[in-house]
Write a protein that binds this ligand. Structure first.
Ligand code: ZN
Ligand code: ZN
Length: 178
């Protein structure tokens, strides 16, 4: 039997004999004759439950996706927005991240599904991927925008050291190790 997740609570089961049944794990219903006529908890329901428990198919409401950075597969909620990022590469707005090139800390503002070789840096008339210090990172990395969260405090008040928003290829930034 092969089981595939449809991204809801319904799973498609194809048997060895080539029959296709739909199993709903929430209502515990299956479209097979066994279940329909005898109201038994059929083998298809059991099989889907096992596949989910053992992590071979996505849990209800999830789909299998690939990390936009490393390509590793994992399960995301069906309505999750791109880019899909595995635990190791997940950066979110509000995260502090370390710039691998300078060692500086940045505050992440946005993670875009657009690629580094698509997004331009107007001030330098090149793409994020073409910018000199970004060339050793994959050109298809998602683009992350961030600011340097540093301020100067003087008697005159508090001034941000820079109000510029910078763009980075995602893998140039690393989550700090805690
Ligand atoms: Zn069944
Ligand atoms: Zn990854």
């Amino acid at each position: 039997m092969s089981v595939s997740a449809l991204g809801t609570t319904v799973y498609e089961v194809v048997t060895h004999h080539g029959h296709t049944y739909l199993v709903d794990v929430e209502s515990r219903e299956c479209s097979c004759p066994d279940h329909t006529y005898r109201d038994a908890r059929c083998k298809h329901l059991r099989r889907v439950a096992i596949e989910i428990t053992e992590g071979r198919v996505a849990p209800p409401g999830h789909l299998r996706v690939s990390c936009a950075v490393c390509g590793d597969p994992f399960y995301e909620p069906t309505d999750a927005l791109e880019p899909h990022l595995c635990r190791q590469h997940a950066l979110e707005p509000g995260d502090f991240a370390v710039d691998r090139e300078t060692g500086g800390t940045v505050l992440v503002l946005a993670v875009s599904p657009r690629r580094a070789d698509e997004v331009r840096i107007p001030a330098h008339d090149c793409t994020v991927a073409e910018y000199a210090s970004n060339r050793s990172y994959p050109p298809d990395d998602p683009v992350v925008s961030a600011v340097f969260p540093t301020v100067d405090v003087t008697n005159a008040g508090v001034t941000p050291r820079s109000l510029r928003v910078y763009t980075f290829p995602l893998t140039r930034l690393a989550l700090p190790t805690k």
